[in-house]
Design a binder for this molecule. Structure first.
Ligand SMILES: [Zn+2]
Length: 144
């Protein structure tokens, strides 16, 4: 899955976005980094690809569920910027396991970790992500 530069699809302030099996970014340097072997960022996006395989192997199903979980948590953004994003079960799995470059090797039918996180309450998700250090402070950028 090569990363491509597309400033229309990947807005400023974001590192990359996975759309229908392709990674789009807004800078060539980021694309080069993503295309490098053993990249944590690439692993993050690959986890999303494998999550789509785990949602009936259908991108539309993945995006519908992703949007559902984001909307379900949208009111959380009033408490802290982008909290709905970080507490989305799909992002939780990607962020928590992005540093383990062998994480996806154990799954034949896509990445299923999001199913575990969706069963957690919002406060449980928040505590887990804070414990893992995966929710940056409001001044940090580099959203994925
Ligand atoms: Zn992500």
């Amino acid at each position: 899955m090569p990363a491509l530069v597309n400033t229309f699809l990947c807005r400023k302030g974001f590192s990359g976005i996975t759309l229908f099996g392709r990674i789009f970014t807004n800078e060539q340097g980021i694309a080069d980094h993503l295309n490098a072997r053993n990249s944590v960022m690439k692993n993050h996006e690959m986890i999303h690809l494998r999550q789509a395989q785990n949602t009936a192997n259908n991108w539309l199903c993945f995006y519908a569920l992703y949007g559902y979980y984001w909307l379900k948590g949208a009111c959380l953004n009033r408490k802290r910027k982008n909290l709905a994003y970080y507490l989305n079960p799909f992002e939780m799995e990607a962020y928590i396991h992005e540093g383990n470059l062998r994480y996806l090797e154990q799954f034949e039918k896509g990445a299923p970790g999001w199913r575990e996180y969706r069963r957690m309450s919002i406060p449980e998700r928040y505590r887990l992500m804070m414990k893992k250090g995966k929710i940056p402070g409001p001044s940090k950028s580099g959203w994925r």
